[in-house]
Write a protein that binds this ligand. Structure first.
Ligand SMILES: Nc1nc2c(ncn2[C@@H]2O[C@H](COP(=O)(O)OP(=O)(O)O)[C@@H](O)[C@H]2O)c(=O)[nH]1
Ligand SMILES: [Mg+2]
Length: 484
Protein backbone atom coordinates (compact mmCIF):
# COMPACT_ATOMS: atom_id res chain seq x y z
CA UNK A 1 0.00 0.00 0.00
CA UNK A 2 2.80 2.37 1.02
CA UNK A 3 4.60 1.59 -2.24
CA UNK A 4 1.47 2.27 -4.25
CA UNK A 5 1.00 5.61 -2.56
CA UNK A 6 4.57 6.61 -3.36
CA UNK A 7 4.08 5.60 -6.94
CA UNK A 8 0.96 7.66 -7.17
CA UNK A 9 2.58 10.74 -5.75
CA UNK A 10 5.52 10.74 -8.14
CA UNK A 11 3.54 9.87 -11.26
CA UNK A 12 3.48 12.80 -13.68
CA UNK A 13 0.31 14.82 -13.32
CA UNK A 14 -2.03 14.66 -16.23
CA UNK A 15 -4.50 17.42 -16.84
CA UNK A 16 -8.18 16.65 -17.32
CA UNK A 17 -8.48 19.56 -19.73
CA UNK A 18 -8.94 18.71 -23.37
CA UNK A 19 -6.99 20.74 -25.90
CA UNK A 20 -10.13 22.58 -26.97
CA UNK A 21 -10.94 23.54 -23.37
CA UNK A 22 -7.38 24.66 -22.76
CA UNK A 23 -7.69 26.93 -25.78
CA UNK A 24 -10.97 28.33 -24.49
CA UNK A 25 -9.30 29.17 -21.18
CA UNK A 26 -6.35 30.75 -22.96
CA UNK A 27 -8.83 32.93 -24.84
CA UNK A 28 -9.83 34.33 -21.46
CA UNK A 29 -6.30 34.61 -20.12
CA UNK A 30 -4.32 35.78 -23.14
CA UNK A 31 -0.97 34.40 -24.25
CA UNK A 32 -0.19 32.16 -21.28
CA UNK A 33 1.31 28.85 -20.33
CA UNK A 34 -0.69 26.64 -17.94
CA UNK A 35 1.23 24.32 -15.64
CA UNK A 36 -0.67 21.88 -13.47
CA UNK A 37 0.31 22.34 -9.81
CA UNK A 38 -2.38 20.49 -7.94
CA UNK A 39 -4.87 17.75 -8.68
CA UNK A 40 -7.28 16.86 -5.91
CA UNK A 41 -7.73 13.22 -6.99
CA UNK A 42 -3.95 12.74 -6.70
CA UNK A 43 -2.96 15.06 -3.84
CA UNK A 44 -6.14 14.90 -1.83
CA UNK A 45 -8.97 17.36 -1.18
CA UNK A 46 -7.34 18.65 2.02
CA UNK A 47 -6.49 22.33 2.30
CA UNK A 48 -2.95 21.44 3.45
CA UNK A 49 -2.30 19.53 0.20
CA UNK A 50 -3.63 22.45 -1.80
CA UNK A 51 -1.47 25.02 0.02
CA UNK A 52 1.63 22.88 -0.16
CA UNK A 53 1.47 22.95 -3.94
CA UNK A 54 -0.22 26.23 -4.74
CA UNK A 55 1.10 28.82 -2.28
CA UNK A 56 3.44 31.51 -3.61
CA UNK A 57 3.02 30.45 -7.23
CA UNK A 58 1.86 33.77 -8.62
CA UNK A 59 -1.30 33.87 -10.76
CA UNK A 60 -3.31 30.65 -10.73
CA UNK A 61 -6.37 29.18 -12.35
CA UNK A 62 -8.63 26.81 -10.44
CA UNK A 63 -10.54 24.34 -12.60
CA UNK A 64 -13.28 22.16 -11.07
CA UNK A 65 -15.26 19.43 -12.81
CA UNK A 66 -18.68 18.20 -11.73
CA UNK A 67 -20.76 15.20 -12.74
CA UNK A 68 -23.10 17.29 -14.88
CA UNK A 69 -20.26 18.08 -17.31
CA UNK A 70 -19.53 21.62 -16.11
CA UNK A 71 -15.92 22.76 -16.09
CA UNK A 72 -15.80 25.82 -13.88
CA UNK A 73 -13.63 27.74 -11.48
CA UNK A 74 -11.78 30.97 -11.07
CA UNK A 75 -8.66 32.91 -11.82
CA UNK A 76 -6.68 35.01 -9.37
CA UNK A 77 -3.58 37.03 -10.18
CA UNK A 78 -2.53 37.17 -6.53
CA UNK A 79 -0.54 34.44 -4.75
CA UNK A 80 -2.13 32.10 -2.26
CA UNK A 81 -0.14 32.79 0.91
CA UNK A 82 -2.39 31.97 3.92
CA UNK A 83 -2.08 35.62 4.94
CA UNK A 84 -5.54 35.75 6.54
CA UNK A 85 -6.23 38.91 4.57
CA UNK A 86 -8.87 40.08 2.14
CA UNK A 87 -7.31 40.16 -1.30
CA UNK A 88 -7.99 42.91 -3.80
CA UNK A 89 -7.62 41.51 -7.27
CA UNK A 90 -9.05 43.46 -10.18
CA UNK A 91 -8.10 40.70 -12.61
CA UNK A 92 -9.96 37.90 -10.87
CA UNK A 93 -12.81 36.17 -12.67
CA UNK A 94 -15.03 33.12 -12.51
CA UNK A 95 -15.63 31.00 -15.56
CA UNK A 96 -17.68 28.09 -16.75
CA UNK A 97 -17.39 25.91 -19.83
CA UNK A 98 -20.22 23.66 -20.89
CA UNK A 99 -20.94 22.07 -24.25
CA UNK A 100 -18.24 24.19 -25.86
CA UNK A 101 -19.65 27.52 -24.59
CA UNK A 102 -17.57 29.71 -22.29
CA UNK A 103 -18.96 32.00 -19.64
CA UNK A 104 -16.75 34.57 -17.91
CA UNK A 105 -17.83 36.53 -14.84
CA UNK A 106 -15.42 39.31 -14.04
CA UNK A 107 -14.91 40.43 -10.46
CA UNK A 108 -17.06 43.49 -9.63
CA UNK A 109 -14.72 46.07 -8.12
CA UNK A 110 -11.84 43.74 -7.33
CA UNK A 111 -12.27 44.34 -3.59
CA UNK A 112 -12.40 41.22 -1.45
CA UNK A 113 -11.96 39.02 -4.48
CA UNK A 114 -10.60 36.31 -2.20
CA UNK A 115 -10.11 35.72 1.46
CA UNK A 116 -6.58 34.36 1.73
CA UNK A 117 -6.73 31.92 4.61
CA UNK A 118 -5.47 28.45 5.45
CA UNK A 119 -8.56 26.75 4.08
CA UNK A 120 -9.41 25.66 0.57
CA UNK A 121 -9.67 28.40 -2.05
CA UNK A 122 -12.68 30.66 -2.16
CA UNK A 123 -13.75 33.41 -4.49
CA UNK A 124 -15.19 36.46 -2.75
CA UNK A 125 -16.00 34.32 0.29
CA UNK A 126 -18.98 33.31 -1.82
CA UNK A 127 -17.84 30.30 -3.74
CA UNK A 128 -15.79 27.70 -1.81
CA UNK A 129 -14.03 24.82 -3.55
CA UNK A 130 -13.38 21.47 -1.85
CA UNK A 131 -15.45 22.77 1.00
CA UNK A 132 -14.58 21.15 4.31
CA UNK A 133 -11.92 19.12 2.50
CA UNK A 134 -14.60 17.31 0.51
CA UNK A 135 -15.13 17.00 -3.26
CA UNK A 136 -17.85 19.62 -3.36
CA UNK A 137 -18.42 23.26 -4.04
CA UNK A 138 -20.28 25.50 -1.62
CA UNK A 139 -22.16 28.69 -2.36
CA UNK A 140 -22.33 30.90 0.72
CA UNK A 141 -25.02 33.13 -0.71
CA UNK A 142 -27.71 30.50 -0.78
CA UNK A 143 -27.70 30.45 3.02
CA UNK A 144 -26.91 34.04 3.73
CA UNK A 145 -29.44 36.57 2.49
CA UNK A 146 -32.83 35.26 3.48
CA UNK A 147 -34.36 38.72 3.43
CA UNK A 148 -33.12 39.90 0.04
CA UNK A 149 -31.23 42.93 -1.08
CA UNK A 150 -32.92 46.27 -0.82
CA UNK A 151 -30.39 49.00 -1.41
CA UNK A 152 -26.94 48.95 -2.87
CA UNK A 153 -24.15 51.51 -3.14
CA UNK A 154 -20.83 51.01 -4.88
CA UNK A 155 -19.22 48.97 -2.20
CA UNK A 156 -21.88 48.09 0.29
CA UNK A 157 -25.37 46.88 0.26
CA UNK A 158 -28.06 47.10 2.85
CA UNK A 159 -30.38 44.32 3.82
CA UNK A 160 -33.77 44.95 5.15
CA UNK A 161 -34.07 42.87 8.24
CA UNK A 162 -36.95 43.31 10.67
CA UNK A 163 -37.39 47.00 9.84
CA UNK A 164 -33.69 47.90 10.10
CA UNK A 165 -31.08 48.24 7.43
CA UNK A 166 -27.99 46.11 8.04
CA UNK A 167 -24.88 47.05 6.17
CA UNK A 168 -23.15 44.15 4.42
CA UNK A 169 -20.54 43.97 1.75
CA UNK A 170 -21.41 43.95 -1.91
CA UNK A 171 -20.66 40.60 -3.52
CA UNK A 172 -17.28 40.38 -5.18
CA UNK A 173 -18.84 38.31 -7.97
CA UNK A 174 -22.37 38.30 -9.35
CA UNK A 175 -23.17 34.83 -10.54
CA UNK A 176 -25.90 32.28 -10.49
CA UNK A 177 -25.02 28.74 -9.35
CA UNK A 178 -27.38 27.40 -12.00
CA UNK A 179 -25.45 28.89 -14.93
CA UNK A 180 -22.02 28.49 -13.36
CA UNK A 181 -22.28 24.79 -12.45
CA UNK A 182 -25.84 23.68 -13.06
CA UNK A 183 -26.50 23.62 -9.31
CA UNK A 184 -24.51 20.40 -9.14
CA UNK A 185 -22.24 20.87 -6.13
CA UNK A 186 -20.49 17.50 -6.26
CA UNK A 187 -17.03 17.57 -7.82
CA UNK A 188 -15.30 14.76 -9.65
CA UNK A 189 -12.03 16.66 -9.92
CA UNK A 190 -10.39 19.91 -8.92
CA UNK A 191 -7.18 21.18 -10.48
CA UNK A 192 -5.05 24.28 -10.00
CA UNK A 193 -2.79 25.61 -12.72
CA UNK A 194 0.06 28.07 -12.50
CA UNK A 195 -0.53 30.79 -15.11
CA UNK A 196 2.55 32.26 -16.71
CA UNK A 197 2.65 34.86 -19.40
CA UNK A 198 4.62 33.71 -22.40
CA UNK A 199 7.36 36.32 -22.65
CA UNK A 200 6.90 38.70 -25.54
CA UNK A 201 10.38 38.02 -26.84
CA UNK A 202 9.79 34.35 -27.53
CA UNK A 203 6.38 35.08 -29.01
CA UNK A 204 7.38 37.90 -31.33
CA UNK A 205 11.17 38.04 -31.65
CA UNK A 206 13.51 35.36 -32.82
CA UNK A 207 17.08 35.51 -31.59
CA UNK A 208 19.42 36.73 -34.30
CA UNK A 209 22.04 34.26 -33.15
CA UNK A 210 21.45 30.90 -31.57
CA UNK A 211 23.24 30.08 -28.36
CA UNK A 212 22.74 27.09 -26.11
CA UNK A 213 22.80 28.51 -22.60
CA UNK A 214 23.41 25.20 -20.88
CA UNK A 215 25.97 23.59 -18.60
CA UNK A 216 26.52 20.95 -21.27
CA UNK A 217 27.36 23.60 -23.85
CA UNK A 218 29.84 25.25 -21.48
CA UNK A 219 31.46 21.92 -20.68
CA UNK A 220 31.62 21.01 -24.36
CA UNK A 221 33.26 24.33 -25.25
CA UNK A 222 35.81 23.90 -22.44
CA UNK A 223 36.56 20.38 -23.63
CA UNK A 224 36.98 21.53 -27.24
CA UNK A 225 39.34 24.31 -26.16
CA UNK A 226 41.34 21.97 -23.89
CA UNK A 227 41.77 19.44 -26.67
CA UNK A 228 42.43 21.94 -29.42
CA UNK A 229 45.54 21.00 -31.37
CA UNK A 230 46.91 23.72 -33.64
CA UNK A 231 46.95 22.48 -37.24
CA UNK A 232 50.71 22.84 -37.51
CA UNK A 233 52.83 20.65 -35.26
CA UNK A 234 55.54 23.26 -34.79
CA UNK A 235 52.96 25.46 -33.10
CA UNK A 236 52.09 24.22 -29.62
CA UNK A 237 50.05 27.25 -28.65
CA UNK A 238 48.01 29.61 -30.73
CA UNK A 239 48.93 33.26 -30.19
CA UNK A 240 46.04 35.68 -30.08
CA UNK A 241 46.76 39.41 -30.06
CA UNK A 242 44.29 41.76 -28.38
CA UNK A 243 44.29 45.32 -29.64
CA UNK A 244 42.05 48.08 -28.34
CA UNK A 245 41.81 51.33 -26.44
CA UNK A 246 42.70 51.49 -22.75
CA UNK A 247 39.75 50.36 -20.64
CA UNK A 248 38.11 48.31 -23.41
CA UNK A 249 38.42 45.10 -21.40
CA UNK A 250 41.52 43.33 -22.76
CA UNK A 251 42.97 42.44 -19.34
CA UNK A 252 39.48 41.55 -18.13
CA UNK A 253 39.00 39.13 -21.04
CA UNK A 254 42.20 37.31 -20.11
CA UNK A 255 41.17 37.33 -16.43
CA UNK A 256 37.72 36.02 -17.34
CA UNK A 257 39.06 33.12 -19.43
CA UNK A 258 41.60 32.34 -16.72
CA UNK A 259 38.79 32.38 -14.14
CA UNK A 260 36.67 29.92 -16.10
CA UNK A 261 39.48 27.38 -16.34
CA UNK A 262 40.53 27.95 -12.72
CA UNK A 263 36.91 27.47 -11.61
CA UNK A 264 36.94 30.71 -9.61
CA UNK A 265 37.29 34.44 -10.20
CA UNK A 266 40.94 35.43 -10.73
CA UNK A 267 42.63 38.72 -11.55
CA UNK A 268 46.09 37.90 -12.76
CA UNK A 269 46.34 40.62 -15.37
CA UNK A 270 45.98 44.06 -13.86
CA UNK A 271 42.70 45.49 -14.94
CA UNK A 272 41.49 48.98 -14.28
CA UNK A 273 40.48 52.10 -16.07
CA UNK A 274 43.37 54.50 -16.10
CA UNK A 275 43.06 57.21 -18.77
CA UNK A 276 46.12 56.21 -20.76
CA UNK A 277 48.44 53.26 -20.49
CA UNK A 278 51.34 54.73 -18.57
CA UNK A 279 53.82 52.26 -19.94
CA UNK A 280 53.01 50.49 -23.14
CA UNK A 281 54.22 47.02 -22.48
CA UNK A 282 53.76 43.86 -24.51
CA UNK A 283 52.53 41.02 -22.32
CA UNK A 284 51.80 37.43 -23.16
CA UNK A 285 49.48 35.45 -20.92
CA UNK A 286 49.35 31.68 -21.04
CA UNK A 287 46.37 30.02 -19.31
CA UNK A 288 46.47 26.77 -17.35
CA UNK A 289 43.70 24.20 -17.15
CA UNK A 290 43.15 24.55 -13.40
CA UNK A 291 45.72 25.29 -10.71
CA UNK A 292 47.84 22.21 -11.27
CA UNK A 293 46.66 21.71 -14.83
CA UNK A 294 48.46 21.62 -18.15
CA UNK A 295 48.90 24.82 -20.14
CA UNK A 296 46.02 25.38 -22.52
CA UNK A 297 46.78 25.53 -26.26
CA UNK A 298 46.63 29.32 -26.57
CA UNK A 299 48.35 32.47 -25.35
CA UNK A 300 46.56 35.78 -25.07
CA UNK A 301 48.80 38.71 -25.96
CA UNK A 302 48.05 42.18 -24.63
CA UNK A 303 49.26 45.38 -26.25
CA UNK A 304 48.18 47.38 -23.19
CA UNK A 305 46.57 50.22 -25.07
CA UNK A 306 45.85 52.01 -28.28
CA UNK A 307 45.82 55.71 -27.62
CA UNK A 308 44.22 58.17 -29.91
CA UNK A 309 46.87 60.85 -29.81
CA UNK A 310 49.80 60.24 -32.07
CA UNK A 311 52.97 59.90 -30.04
CA UNK A 312 51.14 57.91 -27.36
CA UNK A 313 50.49 54.22 -27.31
CA UNK A 314 51.42 51.80 -30.02
CA UNK A 315 52.77 52.78 -33.38
CA UNK A 316 51.72 50.85 -36.46
CA UNK A 317 55.35 49.73 -36.83
CA UNK A 318 55.29 48.36 -33.27
CA UNK A 319 52.17 46.38 -34.07
CA UNK A 320 53.76 45.09 -37.24
CA UNK A 321 56.74 43.84 -35.20
CA UNK A 322 54.43 42.11 -32.72
CA UNK A 323 52.44 40.46 -35.52
CA UNK A 324 55.59 39.03 -37.03
CA UNK A 325 56.81 37.65 -33.73
CA UNK A 326 59.78 39.93 -33.15
CA UNK A 327 58.74 41.43 -29.81
CA UNK A 328 59.55 39.58 -26.58
CA UNK A 329 57.23 39.30 -23.60
CA UNK A 330 57.31 42.32 -21.25
CA UNK A 331 58.96 44.50 -23.84
CA UNK A 332 58.32 48.15 -22.93
CA UNK A 333 57.57 50.29 -25.93
CA UNK A 334 58.90 53.79 -26.12
CA UNK A 335 55.99 55.90 -27.35
CA UNK A 336 58.28 58.25 -29.23
CA UNK A 337 60.60 55.69 -30.86
CA UNK A 338 59.17 52.69 -32.70
CA UNK A 339 60.45 49.22 -31.86
CA UNK A 340 63.55 48.31 -33.86
CA UNK A 341 64.51 44.69 -33.65
CA UNK A 342 68.16 44.17 -34.33
CA UNK A 343 68.86 44.01 -38.02
CA UNK A 344 70.15 40.44 -37.97
CA UNK A 345 67.03 39.05 -36.36
CA UNK A 346 64.79 41.09 -38.59
CA UNK A 347 66.34 39.61 -41.71
CA UNK A 348 65.29 36.17 -40.50
CA UNK A 349 61.60 35.65 -40.08
CA UNK A 350 60.53 34.60 -36.58
CA UNK A 351 59.29 31.05 -36.16
CA UNK A 352 55.63 30.41 -36.81
CA UNK A 353 55.21 29.67 -33.10
CA UNK A 354 56.16 33.24 -32.20
CA UNK A 355 53.96 34.93 -34.75
CA UNK A 356 50.44 36.15 -34.09
CA UNK A 357 47.82 33.75 -35.47
CA UNK A 358 44.67 35.74 -34.80
CA UNK A 359 44.02 39.44 -34.10
CA UNK A 360 41.18 40.49 -31.85
CA UNK A 361 40.01 44.09 -31.74
CA UNK A 362 38.58 44.73 -28.29
CA UNK A 363 35.86 47.39 -28.25
CA UNK A 364 33.65 48.64 -25.41
CA UNK A 365 30.02 48.40 -26.64
CA UNK A 366 29.09 51.65 -24.90
CA UNK A 367 31.84 53.55 -26.72
CA UNK A 368 31.26 52.44 -30.32
CA UNK A 369 29.32 55.55 -31.30
CA UNK A 370 31.84 57.75 -29.51
CA UNK A 371 34.81 56.38 -31.44
CA UNK A 372 36.75 59.30 -32.89
CA UNK A 373 37.69 59.47 -36.56
CA UNK A 374 41.29 59.39 -35.48
CA UNK A 375 40.88 56.09 -33.69
CA UNK A 376 38.88 54.69 -36.59
CA UNK A 377 41.75 55.64 -38.92
CA UNK A 378 44.26 53.95 -36.62
CA UNK A 379 42.19 50.80 -36.69
CA UNK A 380 42.02 51.04 -40.48
CA UNK A 381 45.78 51.22 -40.81
CA UNK A 382 46.25 48.31 -38.38
CA UNK A 383 43.70 46.32 -40.32
CA UNK A 384 45.55 46.92 -43.57
CA UNK A 385 48.73 45.63 -41.96
CA UNK A 386 46.96 42.58 -40.51
CA UNK A 387 45.33 41.90 -43.88
CA UNK A 388 48.64 42.11 -45.68
CA UNK A 389 49.96 39.36 -43.40
CA UNK A 390 46.76 37.34 -44.00
CA UNK A 391 46.07 37.06 -40.27
CA UNK A 392 42.39 36.49 -39.45
CA UNK A 393 40.72 39.17 -37.35
CA UNK A 394 37.63 39.53 -35.24
CA UNK A 395 36.01 41.96 -32.84
CA UNK A 396 35.34 41.27 -29.17
CA UNK A 397 32.50 43.59 -28.18
CA UNK A 398 32.78 43.91 -24.39
CA UNK A 399 30.56 45.36 -21.66
CA UNK A 400 27.28 44.35 -23.28
CA UNK A 401 25.87 44.41 -19.76
CA UNK A 402 26.56 48.13 -19.49
CA UNK A 403 24.98 48.81 -22.87
CA UNK A 404 21.47 47.59 -22.07
CA UNK A 405 19.63 47.20 -18.74
CA UNK A 406 17.76 44.12 -19.99
CA UNK A 407 21.05 42.48 -20.93
CA UNK A 408 22.52 43.36 -17.54
CA UNK A 409 19.52 41.67 -15.94
CA UNK A 410 19.56 38.65 -18.19
CA UNK A 411 22.49 37.95 -20.47
CA UNK A 412 20.32 35.55 -22.48
CA UNK A 413 18.38 38.52 -23.86
CA UNK A 414 21.54 39.57 -25.71
CA UNK A 415 20.67 37.96 -29.01
CA UNK A 416 17.08 39.16 -29.01
CA UNK A 417 18.10 42.76 -28.29
CA UNK A 418 17.79 44.79 -31.48
CA UNK A 419 19.95 47.48 -29.86
CA UNK A 420 22.88 45.08 -29.46
CA UNK A 421 22.32 43.93 -33.04
CA UNK A 422 22.66 47.52 -34.31
CA UNK A 423 25.84 47.90 -32.23
CA UNK A 424 27.28 44.77 -33.83
CA UNK A 425 26.45 46.19 -37.26
CA UNK A 426 27.91 49.57 -36.36
CA UNK A 427 31.21 48.18 -35.10
CA UNK A 428 31.36 45.87 -38.10
CA UNK A 429 31.09 48.76 -40.54
CA UNK A 430 33.41 51.08 -38.59
CA UNK A 431 36.17 48.50 -38.28
CA UNK A 432 35.58 46.75 -41.57
CA UNK A 433 35.12 43.31 -40.03
CA UNK A 434 32.16 41.13 -41.10
CA UNK A 435 29.17 40.99 -38.73
CA UNK A 436 29.74 37.26 -38.24
CA UNK A 437 33.19 38.06 -36.81
CA UNK A 438 31.84 40.36 -34.08
CA UNK A 439 31.40 38.53 -30.78
CA UNK A 440 29.65 40.26 -27.90
CA UNK A 441 30.77 39.30 -24.39
CA UNK A 442 30.44 40.29 -20.80
CA UNK A 443 33.72 40.00 -18.94
CA UNK A 444 33.85 39.28 -15.25
CA UNK A 445 34.35 42.63 -13.57
CA UNK A 446 32.70 42.84 -10.16
CA UNK A 447 31.39 39.32 -9.79
CA UNK A 448 32.55 37.03 -7.03
CA UNK A 449 31.30 33.88 -8.66
CA UNK A 450 31.30 32.38 -12.13
CA UNK A 451 28.05 32.53 -14.04
CA UNK A 452 26.93 30.12 -16.76
CA UNK A 453 25.73 32.68 -19.33
CA UNK A 454 28.95 34.71 -19.04
CA UNK A 455 31.01 31.56 -19.45
CA UNK A 456 29.12 30.44 -22.55
CA UNK A 457 29.67 33.79 -24.31
CA UNK A 458 33.34 34.07 -23.33
CA UNK A 459 34.13 30.49 -24.32
CA UNK A 460 32.26 30.85 -27.61
CA UNK A 461 34.42 33.87 -28.43
CA UNK A 462 37.61 32.04 -27.50
CA UNK A 463 36.62 28.99 -29.52
CA UNK A 464 36.09 31.26 -32.52
CA UNK A 465 39.59 32.73 -32.04
CA UNK A 466 41.07 29.22 -32.08
CA UNK A 467 39.13 28.37 -35.24
CA UNK A 468 40.38 31.53 -36.93
CA UNK A 469 43.95 30.76 -35.90
CA UNK A 470 43.47 27.32 -37.46
CA UNK A 471 42.42 28.95 -40.73
CA UNK A 472 45.63 30.98 -40.66
CA UNK A 473 47.82 27.97 -39.90
CA UNK A 474 46.05 26.00 -42.59
CA UNK A 475 46.98 28.77 -45.00
CA UNK A 476 50.66 28.78 -44.07
CA UNK A 477 50.91 24.99 -43.67
CA UNK A 478 53.56 24.52 -46.39
CA UNK A 479 56.00 26.52 -44.26
CA UNK A 480 55.64 24.03 -41.42
CA UNK A 481 59.22 22.84 -41.81
CA UNK A 482 60.75 26.23 -41.21
CA UNK A 483 63.34 26.54 -38.43
CA UNK A 484 62.10 26.98 -34.90
N1 LIG B 1 30.52 45.76 -16.68
C1 LIG B 1 31.61 45.37 -17.34
N2 LIG B 1 32.80 45.89 -17.01
C2 LIG B 1 33.90 45.50 -17.68
C3 LIG B 1 33.82 44.54 -18.73
N3 LIG B 1 35.07 44.35 -19.21
C4 LIG B 1 35.89 45.16 -18.50
N4 LIG B 1 35.19 45.84 -17.58
C5 LIG B 1 35.71 46.86 -16.64
O1 LIG B 1 36.29 47.91 -17.41
C6 LIG B 1 37.47 48.39 -16.82
C7 LIG B 1 38.64 48.30 -17.80
O2 LIG B 1 38.92 46.97 -18.11
P1 LIG B 1 40.38 46.42 -18.45
O3 LIG B 1 40.26 44.95 -18.64
O4 LIG B 1 41.38 46.88 -17.45
O5 LIG B 1 40.65 47.14 -19.83
P2 LIG B 1 42.00 47.13 -20.70
O6 LIG B 1 42.62 48.47 -20.49
O7 LIG B 1 41.53 46.95 -22.10
O8 LIG B 1 42.85 46.01 -20.22
C8 LIG B 1 37.68 47.56 -15.56
O9 LIG B 1 37.21 48.29 -14.46
C9 LIG B 1 36.84 46.33 -15.78
O10 LIG B 1 36.36 45.80 -14.57
C10 LIG B 1 32.53 44.00 -19.06
O11 LIG B 1 32.35 43.18 -19.99
N5 LIG B 1 31.46 44.45 -18.33
MG1 LIG C 1 44.81 46.14 -19.48
Amino acid sequence: MQKRMEKLSIAPLTSNLKEEQRKQLCDLLGDVKLTLLYKASVHGYQASAFHQRCDHQGPTLLVAYNHSGYIFGGYTSVDYAQSRKQITDKEAFLFSIRCGATLCIKVNSGCDARYDDTGMPNFGQQLYFCYKNQPCVYDQKQNEYPYGVVRATTNQLYLHNQNTYNKVKVDAFSFSPATLYGNDTELCECEVYKVEEIPQISATMKPWRNVLWTDEQRDELMEMIRNHKPLVTSVSRVRILMIGPVGAGKSSFFNSINSIFMGRITSKAMSGSAGTSVTTQFRTYPVKDGRQGKPLPFVLCDTMGLEEQSGAGLDIEDISSILQGHVPDRYKFNPTVPFHPDEQKMSRPASLQKKIHCVVYVIDTTKISLMSDKLEKRFASIRRKVNSLAIPQMVLMTKVDEARPEVEKDLQSLYVSSYIKTKVQEVSSRLGVPVSCVLPVKNYSQELELELNCDVLLLTALQQMLNFADDYLDDVCPTEDEPK
